[in-house]
Ligand binder design. Structure first.
Ligand SMILES: Nc1nc2c(ncn2[C@@H]2O[C@H](COP(=O)(O)OP(=O)(O)O)[C@@H](O)[C@H]2O)c(=O)[nH]1
Ligand SMILES: [Mg+2]
Length: 255
């Protein structure tokens, strides 16, 4: 099956499910043969109807009952179990046979990104090309320290999957344009981030975030952030161009 896979990752509430919904709808309008896959077994209500849904195989409530465990334990178990059931997911996808699959991942990112099952799934899913979209919640990242934390998380995700990674600044419709511009500037020019940290933070938090930022600069992680909104579809053309470049350019690793 010649298919390209796009894994959508980001902290809880960063907009993964809404992006999956809006971007896949937008891609369909561009005549892309796109399918959606929900890998979040704990999703209660999704803003779209997934073409393939792990909740058809694994139900968090069933696990809670069967093993007498709470919702958190069941969610961890469910995410680990997806890896074992991945062949069924593959078969369901093969029936649809799309060119591109947008993959919505568990609300709590650590369940997918930092447990073994996530990488196993990413490795075993058959894809001609694979890419990760890492979502920076623009509201959350408005605080310089949170922005720095997000840089670390995105670097950790990259380190985990070693797939081309596109960074998105989500929900930009909720911010004033100058706030959006400021976050974009932090990405393109770390000295601006440093200045804002100097200006806004005091004491221990200032020392810590400066040290953390310096580490990021030392590691050499460069960030190019694409501002997007699932409400207005802003940035989708840029995102599409970036994915096309990754999937047709044969790029193996994003830096
Ligand atoms: N205004 C606005 N709200 C958004 C956008 N994307 C997501 N949201 C809201 O952010 C919240 C979390 O979104 P969701 O997609 O469920 O995040 P997930 O946990 O990463 O899947 C929801 O209340 C959404 O309505 C956006 O582009 N614009
Ligand atoms: Mg979600």
């Amino acid at each position: 099956m010649e298919v390209n896979l796009v894994f959508v990752l980001g902290t809880a509430g960063s907009g993964k499910s809404h992006l999956t919904s809006a971007f896949s709808t937008w891609l369909s309008m561009q005549e892309e043969d796109v399918a959606t896959l929900n890998l979040d077994p704990g999703a209660i209500a999704l803003p779209y109807t997934p073409d393939v849904d792990v909740r058809d195989y694994i139900r968090v409530e069933d696990l809670m009952e069967r093993y007498t465990i709470g919702p958190n334990g069941a969610l961890v178990l469910a995410c680990d179990m997806i890896a074992e059931r991945i062949d069924e997911v593959k078969e369901d996808l093969e029936l649809i046979n799309p060119d591109l699959v947008i993959i919505d991942t568990p609300g709590q990112m650590e369940l997918f990104a930092f447990r073994r099952a996530g990488r196993e799934i990413a490795e075993r899913m058959p894809g001609e090309g694979k890419a990760v979209l890492y979502l920076f919640d623009s509201l959350f990242s408005r605080e310089p320290l949170n922005y720095v934390v997000n840089m670390f998380l995105s670097a950790a995700v990259y380190n985990r999957f070693l797939l081309p990674q596109v960074h998105l600044l989500t929900k930009v419709d909720l911010l004033e344009e100058r706030e959006v511009e400021r976050e974009l500037e932090w990405a393109s020019d770390p000295t601006r981030l440093e200045e804002d940290i100097e200006g806004q933070l005091v004491g221990m938090r200032r020392l810590m975030s400066r040290g953390m930022m310096q580490a990021i600069v030392d590691i050499g992680v460069e960030l190019s952030l694409i501002p997007v909104s699932s409400k207005t579809n802003r940035g989708f053309l840029d995102l599409y161009a970036e994915l096309t470049r990754i999937f047709t350019g044969g790029e193996k690793f994003a830096v």
